[in-house]
Design a protein around this ligand. Structure first.
Ligand SMILES: C=CC1=C(C)c2cc3[nH]c(cc4nc(cc5[nH]c(cc1n2)c(C)c5CCC(=O)O)C(CCC(=O)O)=C4C)c(C)c3C=C
Ligand SMILES: [Fe+2]
Ligand SMILES: [Fe+2]
Length: 326
């Protein structure tokens, strides 16, 4: 008899294999050649990418990666793997949980093949982004669909919807923030929610990402019963990106009388270069140099209890009809 099993494939953005210039260059070439990420026609973009960006940015980014690299590798890969293992333990034999990266390793196509080889005839594709963005969620699913396009015998497939306003997400975020705040030795004057940015033009073209970030922030503030300000980080290139910018916001806070700040990154399911280096290191420096007194970075939920219960809940819901009620 054919074994019929259910696979869950957690996907995240991707990361270099090593914090070295050559590995970062390989990763950035693949990442920044994705037309979902940089929406400039290749005939105009590729000469800039290959002629300028890939000759300058990899060495600088490699230095930044070295600041946060761990014994288990890149934080993003290590945490995503830990999340997959924890989710597997939570589901037991009911499903097979695996993980993959849109750029770099392990590739999505290879892990889909592996799930099929283990007998999965139903697969949930789960891009790990609470807020939908074409540059993240859609491109991860595109990549999976390209792999499926090559198959004669395809598994049945579902995709995980964004969970930016899910009460379980807001409650988990609020509980995690409350727990981290209670462990601080100071009371922040302000909580800042920093999301990854994207070009303003993509908002104008209809990407729902911005509105979903705003809604997450509004709901989090309501759950905490205190104001939470929003900002967007990681600007790339000369185009106008979503505002306000996190770095400029942090540098302007002391002049507004905010001397103690706590920053969280609710759009990231796992800590990574963007949170650990850009916010927890560079963001802190910018704030303190501008006259701030205390700075706390509140870590992502990662594979902690709040984060895993949340991931289990959002994934479990999409498996309805495939596995029986729990
Ligand atoms: C070039 C444009 C970029 C868009 C659009 C973009 C959207 C976007 N990215 C994330 C999540 C992550 N981005 C990460 C790193 C990263 N992002 C860009 C550029 C764009 N991102 C670059 C060039 C880099 C590489 C790092 C660098 O060289 O500075 C990461 C971290 C990866 C890691 O290895 O830790 C994440 C995660 C989201 C959610 C998003 C859309 C909203
Ligand atoms: Fe990014
Ligand atoms: Fe960054």
């Amino acid at each position: 008899m054919t074994v019929r099993r259910i696979g869950v494939l957690l996907t995240n953005l991707g990361t270099p294999d090593a914090p070295e210039t050559a590995a970062v260059k390989r990763y950035l070439r693949q990442f920044l050649s994705d037309r979902r990420v940089v929406e400039i026609p290749p005939i105009a973009w590729q000469p800039i990418l290959r002629g300028i960006i890939l000759n300058t940015r990899p060495a600088k980014s490699a230095r930044a990666y070295r600041e946060v690299w761990t014994e288990a590798g890149s934080p993003l890969a290590a945490i995503t793997r830990a999340q997959a293992e924890a989710l597997q333990a939570m589901f037991g034999d009911a499903v097979i949980v695996d993980w993959a990266m849109r750029y770099g390793n392990p590739p999505i196509a290879a892990r889909i093949d592996a799930l099929i080889a283990k007998g999965c005839d139903r697969i949930l594709l789960a891009p790990l982004y609470p807020q939908y963005c074409a540059a993240t969620t859609a491109t991860a699913n595109d990549d999976a669909f390209r792999a499926l396009a090559a198959l004669r015998f395809q598994p049945a497939v579902r995709t995980l919807p964004p969970w930016y306003d899910d009460p379980a997400y807001i409650a988990a975020l609020a509980a995690s923030v409350e727990q981290d705040l209670s462990a601080l030795d100071f009371a922040p004057d302000l909580i800042l929610a920093s999301f990854h940015g994207m070009p303003q033009r993509t908002l104008e073209l209809g990407d729902p990402y911005y509105h979903q970030c705003v809604e997450t922030t509004r709901l989090l503030a309501a759950a905490l019963g205190r104001p939470v300000e929003i900002a967007f980080q990681s600007r790339f290139g000369p185009a106008k990106w979503l505002e306000p910018a996190t770095d400029a916001t942090l540098e302007a806070l002391p002049a507004r009388g905010v001397r103690r700040v706590a920053v969280l990154c609710p759009g990231f399911v796992a800590d990574c270069l963007e949170t650990l280096e850009e916010i927890a290191l560079r963001g802190r420096d910018g704030f303190l140099e501008a006259g701030g007194e205390r700075f706390a970075y509140l870590a992502c939920m990662n594979d902690n209890q709040f984060g895993m219960n949340l991931l289990h809940a959002v994934v479990r819901r999409q498996l309805e009809g495939w596995i029986g009620p729990s």
